[in-house]
Design a protein around this ligand. Structure first.
Ligand SMILES: C[S@@+](CC[C@H](N)C(=O)[O-])C[C@H]1O[C@@H](n2cnc3c(N)ncnc32)[C@H](O)[C@@H]1O
Length: 358
């Protein structure tokens, strides 16, 4: 396990928790959590899950989801509310009948015999455990990847297909390549598939680096990839023939390291292009995977990559290849809502950019 890895927040066992068994009135429990009181359930996991599902239906009625902003508000409010539902873990096991077993509960908290974890954290951890233990398939890759807890993995595949096709067409020899913000490392595996064998990969999130290391070791490919946790190029002091980045795509304030997969702060693009210019030689390629989502949702009124390219003569756009987004969540069909109108207009983009060397 990496040092300082991200793990869920837990609460001491002496936290004041009001316990409910089956048959209690949901309205009464809802009032308590609205007052920020912590509640717990006794006997079965199903009782807790049934209450959670009931609450979700009510919240969906209250915050109707029309677009990205209303969906975000719903998620935030629902999470705040359900964070007050706690479940008890004793020696790595949830003490409710029928609760899923997650080995991480023991591994992540050695020496902590008893603690509480919030219901949404537990569900998130269980989902992550399922992907980690069973593995995920990505189009055109011969093996499954196993994203570790707290690591970003793609839930749609269009950008992966674009990258795979791009590598196929650009079958010139890329000596040194780097995948900035590698997440579960999926782009690295496409590079390896296309016989690029000197790869570096970075991520600010330590869990991502651990995740990729595990999968590379499983497939005996670790000798081809140097991994480093850190910002952008994370101190790698070399020039690359190919730089890839599937960046966070929504301007905003990330609240956690995991959020940094999605939200980026002011100045990110400028810093990224400045650093990238220092790590490329004339003719090197930069591949950016993006989409028009922030534009169609009205989050931005100008495309951030286009804006940079218009004023930065160090880079020249060679090509932009696009794909219409398929219906939502092609790999993970746990969609919350109907597709919003804007989401259905989303176009996925691969920006093929050359470094001019100026
Ligand atoms: C949208 S995810 C893409 C992950 C993966 N490359 C993929 O295509 O699925 C963005 C990733 O970039 C990482 N990231 C965000 N800002 C970064 C930065 N300044 N330096 C390095 N990594 C960063 C996030 O932690 C996250 O893993």
């Amino acid at each position: 396990m990496p040092q300082n890895y991200i793990k869920p927040k837990v609460f001491d066992c002496n936290t004041e928790v009001i316990q409910f068994g089956p048959g209690n009135k949901y309205g009464k429990i809802e009032k308590l959590i609205q007052q920020n009181k912590k509640v717990g359930f006794t006997k079965t996991f199903g009782t807790a899950l049934a209450f959670y599902s009931w609450l979700k239906k009510r919240a969906l009625n209250k915050y109707s989801i029309k677009d990205y902003r209303s969906e975000r508000l719903f998620r935030q409010k629902f999470r705040e509310l359900t964070s007050n539902i706690l479940i008890k873990v004793i020696e790595g096991k949830v003490e409710l009948k029928g609760a899923p077993h997650i080995p991480w509960l023991k591994e992540f908290f050695p020496g902590k015999e008893c603690f509480y974890i919030s219901f949404p954290e537990f569900l998130g951890m269980n989902g992550a455990w399922q992907w980690f233990s069973k593995g995920m398939r990505f189009p055109g890759l011969p093996y499954r990847l196993h994203p570790f807890y707290g690591t970003y993995f793609p839930t749609r595949t269009e950008h992966l297909e674009l990258f795979d096709e791009w590598l196929n067409k650009n079958n010139r020899r890329f000596g040194k390549a780097i995948d900035v913000g590698t997440g579960c490392g999926v782009l690295v595996f496409y590079m390896l598939k296309h016989k690029i064998t000197d790869i570096s990969a970075t991520d600010i999130n330590p869990n991502a680096i651990y995740s990729l290391k595990n999968d590379l070791e499983k497939h005996d490919l670790i000798q081809n990839v140097q991994l480093r946790q850190g910002n952008f190029f994370a101190g790698f002091d070399k020039k690359f023939d190919l730089v890839t980045f599937n960046p966070p795509w929504i301007p905003g304030k990330p609240k956690s390291a995991i959020d940094r997969a999605i939200y980026y702060e002011n100045g990110m693009w400028c810093d990224f292009f400045n650093e990238t210019a220092n790590h490329m030689s004339a003719g090197s390629k930069l591949v950016l995977l993006f989409s028009n989502f922030p534009l169609v949702e009205g989050i931005c009124n100008i495309h951030p990559i286009q804006k940079q390219m218009e004023s930065d003569n160090r880079f020249r756009v060679s090509n932009i290849v696009t794909k219409q987004k398929k219906s939502d969540n092609s790999l993970n069909n746990k969609s919350l809502s109907e597709e919003t109108e804007a989401k259905s207009k989303e176009i996925i983009e691969l920006w093929d950019i050359e470094f001019t060397g100026k």
